[in-house]
Design a protein around this ligand. Sequence first.
Ligand code: FES
Ligand code: FES
Length: 127
Amino acid sequence: MAYSEKVIDHYENPRNVGGFDKNDPTVATGMVGAPACGDVMKLQLKIGPNGIIEDAKFKTYGCGSAIASSSLVTEWVKGKSIDEAVLIKNTHIAEELALPPVKIHCSILAEDAIKAAVADYKKKHSA
Ligand code: FES
Ligand code: FES
């Protein structure tokens, strides 16, 4: 299977690899797994008081498409509000990276990771 140039670029030069302290109240953590293949993605967002995502980092144990999808979303979410970030759809990711049908679930993992991180943030901040 041939990877698109964008996948290879993100795979070879992943953006924003790493993590933040999950106990920091401004940090949201989304950890999701793909039942189909066992790959795991951890996405962390650093969120300002106004709900704007100031920074994002990821660690992905998975295939090239999963790594590229998570790298891409760390770039996309920065500067967005959490309400805007949850509107990012796996179809946008798959289209940007030109993922073939068998790799669509890798982009779903990235969409799910954003939603999981935002849910974590809302849980942390619900009084
Ligand atoms: Fe093995 Fe995704 S199926 S890395
Ligand atoms: Fe399973 Fe990519 S996340 S093959």
